[in-house]
Design a protein around this ligand. Sequence first.
Ligand SMILES: Cc1cc2nc3c(=O)[nH]c(=O)nc-3n(C[C@H](O)[C@H](O)[C@H](O)COP(=O)(O)OP(=O)(O)OC[C@H]3O[C@@H](n4cnc5c(N)ncnc54)[C@H](O)[C@@H]3O)c2cc1C
Length: 372
Amino acid sequence: MRLVVIGCGFAGVEVVGAVRGLLPVDSLEIVMIDPRSRMEFQAAHPEILSGKVLPEDISGDIRVFSEKNDARFVNKAVETVDFDENVVKAGDEAIPYDFLVIASGGVPTFFGVPGAETSYTVNTLSEAVRAKNALDRLDVNKNVKIAVIGAGLTGVEVVGELNDYFNERKAKNAKIYLIEAMDKVLPTFNDNVSNYVRKLFEGEGVEIVTSKGVERIDDGHIVLTDGSELDTDMVIWTCGIQCSSLSKTLGLENVRGWIVVDENLRAKGRNNVFVIGDAAHVEIDGILSGKNVEEAEHQGRTAAQNIVNLIRKKPLKRYRPVNTTSDPRAIITLGGKRAVIVFKGMMIRFMAYRLKKFIEHRYLKRFRSRKA
Ligand SMILES: Cc1cc2nc3c(=O)[nH]c(=O)nc-3n(C[C@H](O)[C@H](O)[C@H](O)COP(=O)(O)OP(=O)(O)OC[C@H]3O[C@@H](n4cnc5c(N)ncnc54)[C@H](O)[C@@H]3O)c2cc1C
């Protein structure tokens, strides 16, 4: 029997590791597919901007992981899936499966705002490096202006790293703008967190604009929804994600492209197809999973258990979201090696940055060869 996993991000990697922990190796062949050769630890991408980390520090070799887990790695993009024939097509390969896991994540969305797609992003490592190179080309001795669009978790982390970048270069005239369409910083979090971060950044000279969306961007010139305008040297867009191009073509039931799953994390009407991580729309008893690492991994482990249960003809496990849109939890870095942990609406600062770094280092060990 063969399990095929599309996408080797947090969710895809987790399902493979968990299946291997539950079943003898010879009872299930595993094929992992991804056009990237390195798994990207996205939570650390903003730190590329300040130079605290390099791409190789925050990414892991998928081939090494696959070898450690007795899986075959196919370094290609999946183009189509034939759900009736149970075959995945990736480049010139047609790979049959008994069980399929779709974990193809998301990509940035620009919400159709004219000119927004010319902004820099930090969603992928190569995009984060491109943004860092553009930053390095700016003359920090002049009155540099950078706009960060979106004051969600990523936007806030990017501002923290830009602050560090300019502080290190003693660029006193550099100005950072944080622009958010909703009425507060970190709109999905409680006011205690939002107000703390706003006060901290404003005290550091960041200009925060809330309740104003971006109407268009033209070569650094930003027009906001209230008609006000701003000229900048660089724009970094952090406003959210949409489903990957693959998800749109699969013809599975979806909500704005996110594939709808049942309580066992299976695509509706497809008994041997699981969808996990950002690619999935997971809503159970009215509770919606957040799109975050904790959910991606938790879903990976549940999908693994359910694949094993299908093989053993046991009842399937019901999924229970833990890091939800209504009760989000996160560790949010704020620059200067500071962070806050948000848990059950509370905000904890003690050891938060060190904890985030500890989690990152421990996670990436999975991608190091046993000899290293
Ligand atoms: C900048 C940034 C910062 C973040 N910070 C945090 C944070 O601090 N905490 C937190 O919990 N979450 C954070 N997130 C969200 C978190 O990274 C995602 O929720 C998580 O990565 C989802 O895991 P995933 O496996 O579903 O998708 P991903 O990790 O995105 O992996 C998807 C994989 O699928 C592959 N793929 C795509 N299309 C195909 C195809 N056609 N064929 C084969 N493979 C394909 C991709 O190459 C990729 O490797 C952040 C996200 C970003 C962008």
